[in-house]
Design a protein around this ligand. Structure first.
Ligand code: BJW
Ligand code: ZN
Length: 248
């Protein structure tokens, strides 16, 4: 892919970078997105599977779904895009990677400063007393785990619809977004708030905003540059184009 000089210049000049990633980031690691034609929500109902009301109505169904996804994620490896972002972090003194993904593949690729807006699929906690549940979950068991402290239902430590995002993490993400000179929005449909507000916040604060996505999104027309391709193909080329020229 050919990158314009303006785009490369903006990345070389910048010392503060913020990146927002969504499900498309992990698509080439074999993890399904949500809103693509073959995505999770094409066949499944988000209100039943990703809300507290759905969990209370039918915890078995929700646990089965999370256990199936845990199996897929446990087998997945970071793709070339994750690896390129980890390399990119080493080029900057101030680099914040904000992710909506729960799969921990950024950390597996070596990224250090990662903010998880929607939690993660590895940890669990008690719905009632909120304490972390530290036992291993047997993903093949039909018996639902309960809290050894209060008997409450155990749930995955992800953020469902209608739930508040972790407030410190969101605060740090907004701060990095307001302060950055370049913001990258990668593999997200920019449909789910408050994460979807971040590219707009960056733009309103004067940042150059680069979108990487094989499809147009609701934000594309606002972006400074749209790189029409996948994360695992565009990011390695982009990072290669700046690596030799960027002094930390
Ligand atoms: C590629 C690619 C490749 C494909 N390379 N790209 C009206 C207005 C504003 C807000 C609301 C509203 N009505 C309701 C709300 C609130 C709601 C919301 O935003 N809803 C919208 C859908 C309208 N938000 C919330 O409820 C949030 N909480 C909240 O607002 O709290 C307020 C509160 C305050 C005080 C007290 C209490 C509450 C919480 C949102 C939680 C979202 N949770 C999920 C599930 C997480 C757990 C799990 O995974 O199981 O998070 S839903 C799902 O969507 C998941 C994702 O993180 C999130 C975003 O999706 P993402 O990542 O953008 O994926 P896709 O599939 O949408 O897009 C993929 C993109 O990749 C596409 O563009 C492809 O083209 C692209 N792509 N292959 C690069 N190879
Ligand atoms: Zn408890």
């Amino acid at each position: 892919m050919n990158f314009t000089n303006d785009l490369i210049e903006s990345l070389i000049k910048a010392d503060k970078i913020a990146v927002l990633t969504g499900a498309g980031m992990s698509a080439e690691s074999g993890i399904k997105t949500f809103r693509d034609p073959d995505g999770l929500w094409a066949k499944l109902n988000p209100e039943e599977l990703a809300s507290i009301e759905g969990f209370m109505r039918n915890p078995e169904t929700v646990w089965n779904w999370y256990n199936e996804r845990r199996k897929v994620i446990a087998m997945a490896n970071p793709n070339e895009g994750h690896i390129a972002l980890a390399k990119m972090e080493t080029l900057y003194s101030n680099f914040t990677l904000i992710t909506q993904n729960i799969d921990r593949l950024h950390q597996a690729a070596g990224s250090k400063n990662v903010l998880e807006l929607h939690g993660n699929i590895v940890e669990n906690h008690c719905l009632r007393c909120k304490k972390p549940y530290l036992e291993d979950i047997d993903i093949n068991s039909k018996i639902l785990p309960v809290c050894p402290l209060c008997g409450g239902k155990i749930r995955p430590s992800v953020v469902w619809f209608g739930e508040q995002l972790p407030q410190n993490t969101l605060f740090e993400a907004e701060k990095a977004t307001e302060e950055c000179q370049v913001f990258l929005s990668i593999g997200t449909s920019t449909e789910v708030y408050p994460a979807a507000a971040l590219p707009y916040i960056a733009k309103n604060n004067g940042a150059v905003v680069i979108e990487i996505n094989p499809r147009m999104t609701s934000f594309s027309n606002e972006a400074s540059f749209v790189l029409n391709g996948t994360a695992a193909t565009v990011l390695p080329e982009l990072v290669k184009s700046i690596a030799g020229k960027k002094n930390k």
